[in-house]
Design a protein around this ligand. Structure first.
Ligand code: ADP
Length: 198
């Protein structure tokens, strides 16, 4: 059994990466590090960081790379991430990939696998529409969704190429039941010798 798993989950808005990320992290006994969740928690708590990012997030824009990377470095430096973590929402562009490479490099670490959740655009748009009704997220307006999907295609999709060249991308069909998708991810990670704890 591997002692650690350093994972990244990537997929377009509405791909279900947040939900699957939590399930996979639980199975591996590692913490989820979701930049979106960190920012939302700060907005809710009214912190200085929260005030800095509120307008940016509501517009569907990216928080500046330096700020986001500093927050992730901080989070990954905590004890519970020493033996692994699952990143959700970071890195989101090639500049952030470089920041993460530098940080992990200093620690003699690398990412073990990048889980790419593949979902057709119509399906993810439908899921986002439902989430907007259910959760009322401030950035689930039509304008902010369109902006986030554009940024995904232009800035985030290219990072998949970078990781694919390193041979660590597992493309997973993200259409199906929650359990079926979790199983597909588990099987792909197992094929890399990454064993789940439970
Ligand atoms: P989604 O994937 O649905 O856009 P997230 O929770 O991942 O939702 O992100 C919500 C928002 O948080 C983004 O639109 C952006 O404003 C901010 N954010 C999250 N991660 C990053 C990141 N890595 N870099 C810059 N901004 C980010």
């Amino acid at each position: 059994m591997t002692a650690s798993a350093r994972l990244l989950i990537v997929g377009p808005q509405g791909s279900g990466k947040g939900t699957q990320g939590v399930l996979v992290a639980e199975a591996f006994g590692i913490p989820v590090v979701s930049t979106g969740d960190i920012f939302r928690a700060n907005i809710k708590a009214g912190t200085e960081l929260g005030q800095q990012v509120t307008a940016i997030m509501e517009a569907g824009d990216l928080v500046p790379d330096e700020l986001t990377s500093a927050i992730v470095r901080d989070r990954l430096s905590q004890d519970d991430a020493a033996n692994g973590f699952l990143l959700d929402g970071y890195p989101r562009n090639t500049a952030q990939v470089a920041h993460l490479d530098e940080f992990l490099g200093e620690r003699g670490e690398t990412l073990d696998a990048v889980i790419l959740l593949d979902v057709p655009r119509e399906e993810s748009l439908e899921r986002l529409r439902l989430r907007a009704i259910e959760q009322g997220r401030a950035d689930d307006t039509a304008e902010a969704i369109a902006k986030r999907l554009d940024i995904y295609e232009q800035e985030t999709a290219p990072i998949i190429e970078v990781y694919a060249e390193r041979g660590i991308v597992d493309r997973i069909d993200g259409v199906g039941s929650l359990e079926a998708i979790t199983e597909r991810i588990g099987a792909a990670l197992a094929a890399r010798g990454l064993a789940q704890r439970v």
